[in-house]
Design a protein around this ligand. Structure first.
Ligand SMILES: Nc1nc2c(ncn2[C@@H]2O[C@H](COP(=O)(O)OP(=O)(O)O)[C@@H](O)[C@H]2O)c(=O)[nH]1
Ligand SMILES: [Mg+2]
Length: 153
């Protein structure tokens, strides 16, 4: 799989999405530091929210093949400036989370991600699993076998 780094403000659903992508049981825990897993880098929201920590995100983005700008569909504002995606020299995709929420405004979040420069945007709910396979499919590389393709032994 292509390695992806999740960037987005606290509580937007990065860690829960990591669990959903892995097929793990979902449990809440606050991300205290950058977690560099084999195919996914999960970052604390503070890195996105604090100017001085932003540079660390840029450094970690070098270790990933894809940058995922994560935004909750319930977000009342966007942290991302317009046209920031060219700052990364790898594909930057948008991921709208929490599309299952009664307060979700998916189109608004998508338009903010488009404004930031994302051409490809996924819509996902880590709670219902909707949209999860499309992200896995995007990250797949030749030879990868996705969970639903595994033959029963
Ligand atoms: N309804 C709904 N809630 C979600 C979803 N994903 C995450 N959450 C909730 O949002 C909160 C923050 O999630 P978390 O993954 O820790 O956010 P992070 O700070 O970006 O890592 C938790 O209470 C999650 O249960 C989702 O797809 N749907
Ligand atoms: Mg987290």
């Amino acid at each position: 799989m292509k390695k992806i780094i999740f960037i987005g403000r606290s509580e937007c659903g990065k860690t829960t999405l990591r669990q959903a992508l892995k097929g793990d049981k979902i449990s809440y825990h606050k991300t205290q530091y950058v977690n560099n897993y084999d195919v996914l880098i999960d970052t604390p929201g503070e890195y996105c929210e604090t100017k001085g920590l932003g540079a660390a995100l840029a450094m970690y983005a070098f270790e990933a093949q894809v940058v995922g700008l994560v935004m909750s569909a319930t977000e009342p504002y966007s942290l991302y400036s317009p046209a920031i995606t060219p700052l990364a020299n790898r594909p930057v995709i948008g991921i709208v989370t929490k599309i299952d929420s009664p307060c979700a405004n998916v189109e608004r979040a998508k338009s903010w991600l488009r404004l930031a420069g994302c051409k490809t945007i996924f819509e996902v709910s880590s709670k219902t699993g909707e949209g999860v396979w499309q992200i896995l499919e995007y990250l797949r590389e030749e030879g990868d076998v996705l969970p639903w393709e595994k033959k029963e032994a």
